[in-house]
Design a protein. Sequence first.
Length: 423
Amino acid sequence: MSLPYLTRDFSGIGGVIKQRAEDFFVQEIPLYEPSGEGEHVYCEIQKNGITTFQAVDRIAAALRVYSREIGYAGLKDAKAVTRQTLSILGTTPEAVMALKIPGLTVLWAARHGNKLRLGHLAGNRFAVKIREVSPTDVVKVQSLLPTLQKSGMPNYFGEQRFGYRGDNDLLGAAFVRGDSREILRLLIGNPMPGIDDAQTLVARTAFDREDLDTAMRVYPRRHGMERQILARLIKTHRPSGAIWLVDHKLRRLWVSALQSRVFNEVVAKRIEALDKLLLGDLAWKHDSGAVFRVENPEVEQPRSEAFEVSPTGPLVGYRMTLPEGEPLAIEQAQFEAFKLKPADFRRTDGLKVKGARRPLRVQPKDVNLAGGVDEHGAHITLAFTLPPGSFATVLLREIMKTPEQEAPEAQPEEVEETAGAEQ
């Protein structure tokens, strides 16, 4: 990411992550345990090589239930060993424990009264092996960790939130503004050498010069959605009609990426003092997730230094509470950069983008560090716990100081819909 580091004076240890799935382990920390009674079956699964959506679809098929009857607290990447809890309606613990699905193991199953929803977890525990480093660099990392634990790490969204072309946020902005032509330009045109393959580059270039027939003929068949949209556009010549072929989940992802980008930019503007409360800030209570307005920064600052509260940034939406004073000016500058106003999020076709506040920093907890050598070579293993929605790669980025690598995360790929309650 091009975002500024918090620990700029630390040169980093370099290295690589996720050379193999076993090098990146994530386990959900449940918010509550199943009661043993109820119509839903909770189960913990361990998976390797499949996404959460794939796991849900395969479990649904095996149990002959609808995928929509399976709940989850967060999404976990395929390229990792991950443990997470699911809830399933319309089955029994015995049937769940008997599942035999490649890449997936059921660890336990028990009944509970309600469906598991996004965000219903206390946090995520990570254990990550950094490779192509010297195990003795543990000493360097040990000197850095107290700063990250005392002051907190930036609560940036990881780069993977923005897609392999890095423009999900721009698509989100165009969608919120109702700019159908810009959506089509980004989605079907806008060639990116070095990212798009040669055939896709030709197709995107043809679209940009308005040669729709050539673009349709050349677009690789694996780009099924782009081809469907292009075919509709050629038939109807109506950009606004063509874009509604975009899957609802993908539109949600675009808007979520837009929220994420705006938030990241606000964090970057305040990186020099993430723990400093300003007059007019909306501060986050870490014990409850409640939000309150800072009317006397001098009085509240000791609570920030004790990591009881933190300044927040926007997950922009039409009902999101805005700060005042300097914090508001910082946020409004980012809204203007995307040519947006919070009120624009009323126009997003039923996505209910109300908005929320998110702390600018989070505190890594239960941090353990060890250097070693295994059958695959030298490594440094870093284990730590983060709150829901925070990215492990952001912490690793501060330590490694290498270009951010694609890595599995533990965060819901959904539009944020609720804000902390003001108290």
